[in-house]
Design a protein around this ligand. Structure first.
Ligand code: 5GP
Ligand code: MN
Ligand code: MN
Length: 326
């Protein structure tokens, strides 16, 4: 794979964007790329689009340069090059999708196994821990500043669940080591952006754990939050991050499901697997996608039916894996 500066030819204008509801990897990779290109190609017009500036990630350099949906111009701007980061499918770009459609060339850099390869060039490495890890390999090491290192570290920390998930490799740790040597406040980044919760976030977590149910002899755990409760707490969807991960670490659980009601009988579903079940396959079946152990989709209907549908697929996979082992 060519390095970033070999991928970019003489394109004068470049747009960078990531997926809706930007997480640490999406936010970090977009800003790392923005900083890297702005610093090495100062003669180009470079813009970065993200749905929102997530407050806890706003310490990253150039987060004030992000164009959010609110700032989107009426007319869709045309770029010579569109770089999509951490985004498994075109529709997940949200408000930035029309910007991609109008661009002359699209480069897609991602690590979702479900990636639909929608770019003219696709750098998709499914076994990479994060898009930030891929970006590191595409950057010249001596051009990585302390601020770029902070952005890359944020992405790696978030997508590996602080180096716990099985996507963490020796290479991931070596990259993290290199980034730490740049003098970044690595411990603070972990505490402030990953572990620290607001009081409301903790209350929501507590509620969802209290109301969780166990299915298939405890192999599946599910919980949900409705619109009314979200309104009561004045919470947004980013306040729900981490709930499904806490459900997953319940003893005996193979798959955790968390459903967030976004409109009447409409749910944003998050799934986490402990290894046997491929949740990306299930999410893709329902029109979403993700990774083998972490995936999501949108589903319509009553909560009851949503869970029944998902549990049917989980039970099939568990049954198949049992017969394979026998
Ligand atoms: P989360 O459950 O944290 O929202 O997402 C877990 C993983 O699945 C992430 O990598 C995310 O990009 C992916 N994902 C979540 N929801 C969707 C969806 O609706 N469509 C697709 N294609 N991927 C999703
Ligand atoms: Mn992501
Ligand atoms: Mn990612």
């Amino acid at each position: 794979m060519n390095k970033i500066l070999e991928i970019i030819k003489d394109e004068k204008s470049i747009a960078i964007a990531g997926h809706v509801r930007p997480d640490g990897d999406c936010f970090g990779s977009c800003l790392a790329m923005y900083q890297y290109l702005s610093q090495t190609l100062p003669d180009r017009q470079i813009d970065v689009y993200l749905e929102e500036v997530v407050p806890v990630f706003a310490f990253l350099k150039d987060s004030d340069k992000i164009k959010t949906s609110v700032e989107m111009e009426k007319e869709v701007p045309e770029y010579d090059l569109f770089i999509s980061l951490d985004c498994g499918s075109k529709d997940r770009l949200g408000f930035a999708e029309p910007v991609l459609d109008c661009a002359k060339k699209v480069v897609n850099i991602d690590h979702h196994v479900s990636n639909t390869k929608f770019g003219n060039e696709n750098h998709v490495i499914g076994d990479s821990s994060s898009t930030c890890e891929i970006l590191f390999s595409l950057m010249e090491e001596d051009l990585i500043t302390r601020e770029i290192a902070e952005a890359l570290y944020l992405g790696i920390v978030h997508d590996t669940g602080v180096f716990r998930h099985s996507c963490t490799s020796r290479k991931t740790m070596e990259i993290a080591g290199f980034l730490i040597e740049k003098g970044i406040p690595f411990s603070k980044i972990i505490d402030k952006t990953f572990y620290e919760k607001t009081y409301v976030q903790n209350q929501l977590l507590g509620r969802c754990l209290m109301e969780s149910i166990r299915i298939l002899d405890g192999k599946v755990i599910a919980s949900c939050i409705d619109e009314e409760t979200m309104k009561f707490y004045g919470a947004g969807s980013s306040d729900l991050d981490g709930i499904v991960d806490q459900l997953r670490v319940t003893e005996k659980v193979e798959v955790a499901i968390f459903a967030h009601e976004t409109a009447l009988q409409e749910y944003k579903v998050s799934m986490r697997s402990n290894g046997i079940v491929n949740v990306s396959k299930i999410a893709t079946y329902f029109g979403g996608g993700g990774h083998v152990k972490a995936a999501g989709c949108k589903m319509k209907g009553r909560y009851h039916d949503v869970i029944n549908n998902l549990v049917g697929h989980i039970a099939n996979q568990l049954e198949n894996s049992k017969s394979e082992r026998e």
